[in-house]
Design a binder for this molecule. Structure first.
Ligand code: ADP
Ligand code: MG
Length: 270
């Protein structure tokens, strides 16, 4: 089984990319499960055609003490993709990360991963701390991909995530599989991301351009794989899934100081 986690700054395109990669894997005949580990609960929207009607923590709260089944937690998405949202506390109440631990433990106990080929964790986090580290700290995921644009603060978050990954990768099975570039129309963006990835000791596994088509499909509550299978942008996601599938380049990242990152960004800035 392939156990993948996507990390990256909030709003950078993790869930969008994750849903497209899940859809592409499912088209390759794989049994796929996508797990949103973000209190926004919107990771699987494009696969379900709506916001998931319930999260693991919602169901836990309601069914406390009674017997939970996997069917209570899993929502069937596009092309049979199993969609799960870990959930979290209401905004302003409690620690969002802690819920992830509870949710993933529950899923494991219910054998949620016994008959799937690909599990994709879509994890919020500018920094890999506390609950947001659970997917990699507890061995749920073994391959990490960091989604980033060429914007300084997105790279800053990616570098911070790499610091966290470094700690876990050095002692365990989890490794960084690459940076997924998600374009924001930054000058020389692909070259910058390539250099950034190389400096971290990893690769730029894909550069996904910014595209109106993604926005259009999102309005129609779908991935491009369902909405516009022949679109050029769709092929980027199909290719990314293939590249993740055959990836053999796994690294313990070598993060950098902020000043060095600033210099790198400046080099490509004009
Ligand atoms: P995250 O999960 O990292 O918080 P999302 O996947 O929700 O981010 O993406 C944030 C917004 O950016 C969404 O409206 C999404 O449609 C848009 N987006 C992401 N990737 C692209 C892209 N390659 N081209 C155009 N829009 C994109
Ligand atoms: Mg998201």
């Amino acid at each position: 089984m392939k156990k993948i986690a996507f990390y990256g700054k909030g709003g950078i395109g993790k869930s969008t990319t994750a849903a497209h990669v899940s859809a592409a894997f499912s088209q390759m005949g794989r049994r796929v499960c996508q797990i949103g580990c973000d209190p926004k609960n919107d990771s699987t929207r494009l696969l379900l055609g709506r916001i998931a009607p319930s999260t693991v923590l919602d169901v836990e709260r309601v069914k406390k003490g009674t017997q939970l089944t996997l069917g209570d937690l899993v929502h069937m998405g596009w092309n049979g993709i199993r969609c799960i949202e870990a959930g979290g506390p209401d905004p302003g109440v409690g620690c969002a990360g802690r819920g992830i631990n509870v949710a993933l433990e529950r899923l494991k106990a219910l054998h949620a991963f016994d008959d799937v080929d690909v599990v994709l964790y879509d994890v919020l986090g500018d920094v890999v701390c506390g609950g947001f580290a659970v997917p990699i700290r507890e061995g749920y995921a073994s391959e990490i991909y960091i989604v980033s644009s060429g914007e300084l603060m997105s790279l800053y978050a990616a570098n911070n995530i790499a610091k966290g990954v470094c700690r876990f990768a050095a002692r365990g099975e989890v490794k960084l599989g690459g940076i997924i570039g998600n374009g924001r129309d930054v000058l020389h963006e692909e070259e910058l991301l390539t250099a950034f990835a190389a400096r971290l000791g990893t690769q730029l596994i894909a550069y996904i351009p910014r595209s109106r088509a993604v926005h259009e499909a999102e309005i129609h509550r779908q991935t491009l794989i369902a909405y516009a299978p022949d679109a050029e942008q769709t092929q980027c996601y199909v290719q990314l899934a293939k590249d993740i599938d055959r990836n053999e380049h796994f690294a313990v990242p070598t993060p950098m100081a902020f000043e060095e990152l600033e210099d790198l960004v400046e080099q490509y800035g004009d």
